[in-house]
Design a protein around this ligand. Sequence first.
Ligand SMILES: Cc1cc2nc3c(=O)[nH]c(=O)nc-3n(C[C@H](O)[C@H](O)[C@H](O)COP(=O)(O)OP(=O)(O)OC[C@H]3O[C@@H](n4cnc5c(N)ncnc54)[C@H](O)[C@@H]3O)c2cc1C
Length: 421
Amino acid sequence: MSRYSVFSILKNGLRGNQGWDEAWGTPKPKKHYDVIIIGGGGHGLATAYYLAKIHGITNVAVLEKGWLGGGNAGRNTTIVRSNYFVEGNTAFYEKSLQLWEGLSQELNYNVMFSQRGHLNLVFTPGQKDAMARRYNTMRLNGIDGEYLNRDQVRKFVPHLNYSDDARLEILGGYLQKRAGTARHDAVNWGYARAASKLGVDIIQNCEVTGFIKQAGRICGVETTMGEIKADKIGMAVAGNTSVIAEKAGLGDLPIESHKLQAFVSEPLKPFLDTVVVYGAGHGHFYISQSDKGGMVFGGNIDAYNSYAQKGNLPIYTDVASCAMNVMPSLGRIKLLRQWAGIMDMSMDGSPFICKTELPGLYLNAGWCYGGFKATPASGWCFAHTIAHDEPHEINRLLTTDRFRFGRHIDESGNGPTPNRH
Ligand SMILES: Cc1cc2nc3c(=O)[nH]c(=O)nc-3n(C[C@H](O)[C@H](O)[C@H](O)COP(=O)(O)OP(=O)(O)OC[C@H]3O[C@@H](n4cnc5c(N)ncnc54)[C@H](O)[C@@H]3O)c2cc1C
């Protein structure tokens, strides 16, 4: 597989673009692998890449029931940040942001990571104090973050609602400058290409339908392409976690599946060059502008459990009313597209990267609203956990038994209320 570079673009451009290699292979499954990863989303692909790259385990297959990026990895609003507060999350998400900062070079694939900043607006003194604690904690942990007063916010993002009759007055905002957005498809394709180059088999249209057990150990999977054996199996199936866990006999996990919608408008001229987040009262709204000009935004999950990848009207109207509240200048733009993904909402809002009670089976799940930004560190830590049979220091606390021992990592302090995490 050749390297992507200015020279390869020039060379192939001059030769009618006939010389490009396939970005990743389409192998038939082998009978046995050292490691199988179930789920060809960002997390599964990143795990396979780091298994091969860092741990030298290349006899690896990623089994994907549909196509790469058909799940949440290709459906999200692409916000990347590390403004986390609680031990267990802080170092993990900062590790992820650091990996993002070198990812295009690492993968030799432009993931279009754009550090355009992430601005959390504040509307009440209480909200301002809570955010101050979070951003001070970040700074103590060496993570960037700063407060902008109302005038500074106005200078930074002129198109917000600063009028006297605004329903909520913008007092200021907390900015993480190193945060931003990336191109979701490119992240999947980049990891897939780099993993495939290192010898990983990426097998699409291969659904895992059951597990093979021997002497209490998981030692293979049943799939729509037949049985495949493996020494170790990692599941990274996001919204389908409970379905796969049930097939494996893992019992109930502290996860609920909900859907989250995203919205994209018609393309506009450059209008917003940062990510803006509004979270006053029960409203929730985040927005950025894609490189193609579309305004990309979203809000809360749909409140009921579902495995449907399509959303419902109440959230649509809720998000639109938040948009009008904070950015009324959007009022006359047309929405072009809307869709939903299935979120694996954990009961404290934090993820799991850990071994399971079933020897041979490893769990990567509980990503809630925020798994896209976690993709690099999730793969990095999951690969370490699978390769060494124990967690890395960074994901040491991200276990399911934290609920058994009351060591919740409750980032937003909302208890087991999925829609508020
Ligand atoms: C609308 C929306 C907006 C979001 N916005 C953001 C954001 O701005 N920032 C952020 O950080 N996060 C965001 N997220 C969350 C983020 O997208 C997810 O947390 C993350 O993508 C989950 O990890 P993944 O990429 O591996 O999941 P997925 O891409 O869902 O991968 C799981 C894969 O497993 C496959 N699978 C399932 N069952 C099986 C089976 N039986 N056999 C084989 N394969 C199977 C699925 O087909 C799927 O491809 C958003 C999500 C949505 C839906």
